[in-house]
Design a protein around this ligand. Structure first.
Ligand SMILES: [Zn+2]
Length: 461
């Protein structure tokens, strides 16, 4: 595969749409062979892993891969052998580098996804080009809204976690650094700010499109209904977390606009785009999605998977090949009423809880994402989970990073969390260290970083 920029990506996307089912399969298989060949040639990790691969290999021959393994072998994993993780981590110590290019070539993204182990990713020009092209070509459910959005100047703002190398934050800053005159057209406001300040920024900006994580946008509904927030977006585009039908309906009603979402992650870009039927059609020209059970065995159509194995066909710098993503999906190959022939899936999402504190008799609701983002920056923490009980009590489960103790990690995390809660006017809070380590919900198997507990739950600390 040649380098792709936004324009050539768009052309490739449109060409793909006109192909027959066999033609589409051929494109996917060619891209798979190309990226596997490239990985074997340039990445010592994959060269070793794939040394006994048969010449006529199929996807099932490639061993499933997870984030922890890739992060442990980062220097051997990347196909650009001129970079090391230590260099990138050094670059990331300077927050002014957000949106700037590492080695003049790569945007740097970091995420921790839903399993709590941070991933550091280099985004090369092709990755950027493909992600942009897919979003423009397929990201909008309604063509009429896309047209009107462009006509009204495309003013877009996102409520996202800032202050870190997250996909949305880094991408917007990269564009603003390149095109500073776009400041009035494109913005990002920090989900870490107290709600009244987010409201002030949004009122001043008056977006045509409002983006953000569902739980953060949820906090804005009351503000809009009370008239403190007064914006008239044409479209709300959510991402990063699961959007429930219930929240979609409330957002749509409060803001009198169309609400849609897409299925994306840092490692795979936009994996699937929503259609009118609210089905996520998989972008099979750029990714392969395999629904599997917890032992990585394929799960048939119509049955809920435990996770997916994701193969990214366009990230040559850091090949993600059969990479575990802990999203539960149901895959469908039967025709969709929207007419899109690509297979589609439904999603059971990652959902942390919005939590409520009380301060001087007043209720303060706090979205989970900012707390998550703050704690992710605590370097002595490897993994964490917050159990938030009534009465402003928080139990923190944690695993320290190697070389740190539970106590030092807890002290740093507690201080960071207290500082953040103060900015939300919550000062009267008791944070204690749980004897436990972060774990899935025993019933649903789902993992939440932030859990809202009830008075009936036994306090764990
Ligand atoms: Zn459809």
């Amino acid at each position: 595969m040649k380098n792709v920029n936004m324009l050539t990506g768009l052309i490739a996307c449109r060409k793909y749409r006109k192909l027959s089912a066999e033609g589409r399969k051929a494109v996917q298989q060619q891209r798979l062979r190309d990226i596997v060949a490239y990985a074997r040639e340039k990445s010592p990790f994959y060269r070793d892993l794939y040394q006994n691969l048969p010449a006529d290999f199929s996807l099932a021959h490639l061993p499933p891969m997870d984030k922890r393994t890739l992060m442990e072998h980062w220097n051997d994993w990347v196909t650009d052998q001129g970079v090391t993780l230590a260099q990138v981590e050094d670059f990331m110590k300077t927050l002014d580098n957000i949106g700037r290019k590492f080695h003049g070539q790569y945007l740097v993204f970091s995420t921790s996804g839903s399993t709590g182990n941070p991933l550091v990713m280099l985004c090369d020009r092709t990755v950027n080009g493909v992600m942009g092209a897919v979003n423009i070509d397929r990201g909008f459910v309604r063509g009429d809204i896309l047209k009107e959005y462009v006509k009204r100047g495309g003013k877009t703002i996102g409520v996202f976690a800032t202050g870190g190398f997250y996909l949305s934050n880094s991408s917007v800053r990269a564009r603003l650094l390149k095109m500073p005159w776009k400041k009035r057209q494109m913005g990002i406001t920090s989900a870490l700010l107290p709600v009244p300040e987010i409201v002030k920024e949004l009122n001043a900006f008056q977006p045509v499109m409002l983006g953000g994580y569902p739980t953060n946008l949820d906090l804005l509904i009351d503000e809009q209904l009370a008239g403190r927030l007064h914006i008239k977006p044409l479209l709300i585009m959510t991402g990063g977390e699961y959007l429930s039908d219930e929240l979609r309906a409330r957002l749509s009603k409060a803001f009198s606009c169309f609400v849609q979402t897409m299925y994306s992650c840092t490692e795979g870009g936009t994996i699937a785009c929503e259609c009118k039927e609210r089905h996520f059609h998989v972008n099979e020209d750029w990714v392969i999605v395999e629904p599997v059970d917890k032992n990585n065995r394929p799960v048939p159509d119509g049955v809920q998977s435990d996770k997916i194995l994701l193969t990214n066909l366009f990230n040559r710098t850091q090949p993600f090949l059969r990479y575990e993503v802990t999203d539960r999906v149901v895959m469908h190959h039967e025709p969709c009423a929207c007419g899109n022939p690509l297979p589609w899936l439904t999603l059971e999402g990652r959902t942390d809880d919005v939590v409520t504190f009380t301060q001087e008799g007043r209720e303060v609701r706090v979205a989970p994402l900012p707390m998550y983002a703050i704690l992710k920056e605590v370097h002595s923490l490897r993994r964490f989970q917050l159990l938030v009980y009534p009465g402003n009590r928080i139990a923190m489960r944690l695993e320290p990073r190697e070389g740190d103790t539970r106590d030092t990690a807890f002290a740093a995390a507690k201080a960071a969390l207290e500082r953040f809660l103060q900015t939300q006017s919550v000062t009267d809070v008791a944070i204690t260290l749980s004897p436990d380590t972060p774990r899935q919900h025993p019933g649903s198997g789902k993992f939440k970083h932030i859990m809202r507990m009830t008075a009936e739950d036994a306090f764990e600390a």
